[in-house]
Write a new protein. Structure first.
Length: 329
């Protein structure tokens, strides 16, 4: 039995796909498993419909679990590639979050498939089509709903990609709360179609280097506590990233360890990715909306998991971050 979608696929999106012949897909910068898995599964679906489909991303593909995906993506879009194309943006609701691709994709007919919070008023902007379902635990689950709405049968390769994204964004279902059994119904269906949870767990959590564990120890060792232990903040400086590599930090495991500290309600990790730019990763428990903080900083995400790229050094970004948390903690 197919699980009922949390939100029906808009008829406008189905028409957008059926009447188009050539599609580019894109997602947010610093791809993760849900973003990459959504795009690649979507391109597979489009090709089965007889469309031309080109997955686009400038990366970086720094996460060890998605490095193997990089070869499937196009990093450059010339005028010939753009000619006659429509674009589908997966796992983010704003074109500027695609990074350098935004200027190349601007002006093309666009549709968005995303499970992050968006201002309802913004969903009607520029005549674009939005399929947004904040209740969905992953964008890949929304792609599964789209496959059903298009009347297609799921392939094994698509099932593996969709399961990969679902497991990425749920932390292998650690973050799945009551009230959304569709996540488990969908997982059972994906496994039935050939996806292997064992293989996906090994891909997501295995293959880490010794350096990544040393770096994690350094980041944990400099963690600071604020607001009576409710907020934990740490940082990864530019030299560490240069020394250990951008893929050195095992973010999911790092957040797991910090969230296990008694009294913790929110976590912020500041990474000096460039001499003049920091990436801020935010996590929280039930009540603190870190997506609202990320949006102020120019990023986005979920209520309990979000991030942003912020101009400045760690010493410049950290006070801004603490000020924003002070207002809500």
């Amino acid at each position: 039995m197919k699980p009922a979608p949390a939100k029906p696929v808009p008829a406008e999106l189905l028409d957008f796909i059926r009447t188009g012949t050539k599609f580019l897909t894109a997602g947010h910068e610093d791809e993760d498993g849900d973003c990459a898995g959504s795009q690649l599964a979507l391109c597979s679906v489009l090709r089965r419909l007889g469309k031309e489909a080109i997955p686009c991303s400038t990366g970086p593909f720094n996460r060890t679990e998605i490095k193997s995906f990089e070869k499937f993506f196009c990093a450059e879009i010339d005028e010939k590639t753009k000619e006659g194309s429509r674009v589908i943006i997966a796992d983010c609701g704003r074109l500027e979050r695609t990074g350098r691709l935004s200027s190349l994709l601007n002006g093309l007919p666009a549709a968005y498939i995303d499970h992050h919070h968006r201002d309802p008023g913004a969903l009607q902007s520029n005549g674009n089509i939005f399929y947004v379902c904040e209740e969905s635990p992953s964008t890949t689950l929304m792609i599964l709903n789209l496959i059903d709405a298009l009347g297609l049968e799921l392939t094994t390769d698509e099932a593996e990609l969709l399961m990969f994204g679902l497991c990425t964004d749920t932390g292998f279902f650690r973050h799945t709360d009551s009230g959304f059994p569709q996540a488990f119904e969908a997982a059972a269906r994906l496994v039935g179609a050939g996806a292997s949870p064992k293989k996906i767990h090994r891909e997501i959590y295995g293959g880490k280097s010794l350096d990544s564990r040393i770096l994690m120890g350094r980041i944990l060792g400099r963690t600071e506590s604020y607001f009576n232990g409710k907020l934990l903040v740490s940082a990864e400086d530019y030299e560490e990233i240069r020394l250990y590599g951008a893929e050195g930090k095992d973010s999911d495991m790092l957040y797991q360890l910090l969230q296990s500290v008694a009294g913790t309600e929110a976590i912020a990790i500041i990474s000096q990715k460039k001499p003049d730019t920091c990436n801020v990763g935010l996590r929280s428990r039930d009540n603190i909306d870190v997506a609202a903080i990320a949006e102020v900083l120019g990023g986005g995400g979920h209520k309990n998991a979000a991030g942003a790229a912020v101009a400045g050094t760690i010493d410049e970004v950290k006070p801004k971050l603490l000020d924003l948390f002070k207002k809500i903690i």
